[in-house]
Write a protein that binds this ligand. Sequence first.
Ligand code: MRU
Length: 347
Amino acid sequence: MRTIYWENDQVKMIDQRRLPAALDIIACKTHAEVARAIKDMTIRGAPAIGAAAGFGLALAARQSPARTPRDLLADLQAASTLLRSARPTAVNLAWALERVMRCAESKTNLSADGLREAILNEAQAIADEDVQINKRMAEHGAALIDDGDTVIHHCNTGALATVDWGTALGVIRTAHEQGKHVHVLVDETRPRLQGARLTAWELEQYGIPYEIISDNAAGHFLKTGQVQKVLFGADRVAANGDVANKIGTYMLSLAAHDNRIPVYAVVPTSTIDLSLASGDLIPIEERDPDEVLGIQFHGESVTPREAEARNPAFDVTPNRLITAIVTENGIVYPPFDVNLSKVVKVK
Ligand code: MRU
């Protein structure tokens, strides 16, 4: 089952706020509803957000009353601006919007309805290609996994974070399907618990053995020789190989590096932003403090009523802590500032 798909002129998606308690599908009928779903994390994960943005533009095209390609493009531009503002860090969002807009701008010779059709086809192509790209990435990455490995995995990078299959979790899935015994230590991934809720749920579906650990236990497992590899995805990779990913990735990578455990980021090339020289330039989303403060323990709030909190959703791991970056076009090793551009297809 896909995380997001187009059906009956609507965008359908798994409501990731409800898992693992319930597997609900919600339908978006307007691009504004898609933007809201991205913002409130009904759908999340960089490639899934990209696919949602593409379909969001297809909805905007359907709903626009425009009769000429020129008027339709103006409505699409406004929709693109709204969708782009939904979340700032994952570059796949802007990447997908730009790809669909480029397609639309190149086809103004069509009728308005012909253009609507072309836009939907492009959005559908982004979604379909995502699945193929993930599977290619997973084949490359699985070669790095040895039979009997225990890996630490951060956040959720599986089918739920993509259209299907996954990035880092896709690598683990493919290694498992190849018959390798892989054990996953699942970082719970505070504050929104994408690991404990979503990655654990996915691993259950695939029959891959796992244990959930609190994020701050990772250093202990790495130091005591119980882990062979660290795997995660990314929301944006800068030209020098600095990796922005879910908050906590930096501390995990530091602990792995200190213990000489390899650290692999698994990313489609649509996540690589060669326009940014370093990770310092990547915008970091700061989310509602209530995501940190709202947690309960044994049914009671864990924080004083007046407590305040900070809630950066991502951090940047410097390239020196990354062993390799796995893409659909192969595995990239340092120096990343030289080698990353070799796997990214120029638009
Ligand atoms: O805030 P989220 O849940 O959207 O963050 C997702 C991540 O950080 C993932 O690790 C990243 O998008 C790569 S997964 C394909």
